[in-house]
Ligand binder design. Sequence first.
Ligand code: ZN
Ligand code: ZN
Length: 137
Amino acid sequence: MDDVMKKRISIGIAVTCLLVAAIVFYKTTLSGPSTGANKNREVYLVCANPKCAKTTTMKMDKYREHMIANGSDPMESMMGMGDTDGPTDYCPQCGELSCYKGMKCEECGEIFPINYALGKDAYKCPKCGYDKYRNLD
Ligand SMILES: [Zn+2]
Ligand SMILES: [Zn+2]
């Protein structure tokens, strides 16, 4: 087997792995085996538009409808998580592409945008410092 062939095969494997990971992530995040529970999962959108600056709480199924209504593919958006290039979602309040996905602090209830640029501190509550994931390691 020549080098070009080997390269092609390894790229193929990498792409397949990525696809599988994306599909698994998509299924567990957006639909999941227990659809009932996931349907009631809430999505937080924190608007970074200074004129709006609202935080929207949406049920997962409403969020999917919202994404589709705005011409976004929910799967693409989920795959874009971790991308620090900018807002990932359209704001249901002002209509701008200015929302970051948010997270609700289990300690104080503060809803804050997940800032991937902070790396390990992305999920740390800016108000009380509680970090759901930090406690796991
Ligand atoms: Zn807004
Ligand atoms: Zn907190």
